[in-house]
Design a protein around this ligand. Structure first.
Ligand code: TXA
Ligand code: MG
Length: 351
């Protein structure tokens, strides 16, 4: 399949009435799948009402069929098209964070969405993205748009159109290139079908942000105990993994350098994910800075780009520094843990 590629500068596009976006929307209306930018990561969109379009999404990504998709909408009112009801807590969260990086789980409207989109569940995940190109595309299509992250299953989510191209060129109808994404990690997923909102996947909107609006919020048990079965089907898969194995290192910079040296003495090429503050402290085969430790949102922004960059090197092993699991740090550590398959090396356990 020949993949179309549209470069869209939002200001110019908007002033002309979104001509390129409308071309992409025509493919969505035809039940073809198209990648587009959001404020979190690139999504691979398809008509959420079409079984054919949903199956094309799963096929292009190589995604397991039991992992449901997020339905993207362009106005808060559109939620009524797909959700059976909007509980109080959900209403408050929508008002506070939509458009934005928050996905809300609702009881679904029966007989409306393609069965594959919700993977047979009686709930639906919905989000209104905060990106002008995404909103213009959904509006032009006039449809709820199912969209997982636009990566091949198992790869880090794409934060630039180039990542989508690398993973999916030839497998999808088109790519709308709207530049780099902002947040850098996927949206927070919160289940609002019960008494208290439950965070199933941490993201840019933090537990603290949600609590401030709803009074209370819980973390899904699987976020604290990785042996537990997650409520969000997608959270059970190893994700975000570069080709070389990743290890999470917790300890002083001196100890981290020692671990690197040990590996290199064994003839292994070592990559290190660190931060700008510490860049000059380490010596390894490849040292990549991932944002600034003093502002974890910058680490989130760069994380997937850095994980992908290691694939362009010949390192045998990737060591990563770790971060406090607070605020957006919770999302960063959740993704790093998955990239590492929960492999840790700790100074205090090292003797
Ligand atoms: O930021 C994002 O959310 C991006 C952009 C493109 O919007 N999308 C994204 O989609 O990350 P995806 O498919 O990669 O992740 C969706 C997550 C999965 O973990 C999936 O299992 C979960 O949401 N999910 C979807 N529907 C669900 C449901 N009804 N109940 C529980 N979890 C659900
Ligand atoms: Mg994904």
């Amino acid at each position: 399949m020949q993949t179309k590629y549209w470069v869209v500068d939002n200001y110019e596009e908007k002033s002309k009435g979104y001509p390129q976006v409308k071309k992409a929307a025509a493919y969505l209306i035809d039940n073809e799948v198209v990648a587009f930018p959001t404020e979190t990561v690139y999504g691979l969109g398809g008509n959420a009402l079409s079984e054919e379009a949903a199956l094309k999404i799963f096929q292009a990504k190589g995604r397991p069929a039991d992992n449901p998709l997020i339905v993207h909408i362009s106005s808060k009112e559109q939620v009524a098209e797909v959700a059976a009801e909007v509980p109080q807590a959900a209403k408050k969260l929508m008002d506070a964070f939509w458009p934005g990086p928050l996905t809300i789980i609702f009881t679904k409207q029966p007989n409306r969405l393609a069965e594959a989109v919700t993977a047979g569940l009686d709930t639906v995940a919905v989000r209104m993205p905060n990106h002008p190109v995404a909103l213009a595309l959904i509006e032009a299509a006039g449809l709820p748009i199912a969209a997982p992250s636009a990566n091949r299953s198992g790869k880090p989510s794409p934060t630039a159109a180039k990542h989508v191209y690398d993973d999916l060129n030839g497998r999808i109808a088109g790519i709308v290139d709207g530049g780099e994404t902002g947040v850098g990690v996927e949206s927070t997923v919160v289940d609002c079908t019960g008494e208290t909102p439950v965070i199933l996947r941490p993201g840019g909107i933090t537990k603290e942000d949600i609590e401030a609006v709803t009074g209370a919020a819980m973390l899904d048990v699987a976020l604290q105990d990785h042996q537990a079965r997650p409520k969000s089907p997608g959270m059970k898969y190893t994700h975000y993994a570069p080709d070389a194995p990743v290890y999470l290192l917790e300890g002083s910079p001196e100890w981290i350098q020692k671990q690197i040296d040990k590996m290199r003495e064994q003839g292994k090429k070592v990559g290190l994910l660190t931060t700008e503050e510490r860049l000059s402290r380490f010596e390894a085969d490849v040292v990549l800075p991932c944002g600034q430790r003093e502002d974890l949102s910058t680490v989130a922004h760069s994380l997937y780009e850095v994980l992908r960059s290691f694939n362009e090197t010949d390192v045998d092993i990737i060591y990563s520094e770790t971060f406090p699991s607070e605020g957006v740090g919770l999302a960063v550590m959740n993704r790093l843990e998955k990239a590492a398959g929960h492999r840790w090396l700790r100074e205090k356990e090292d003797s």
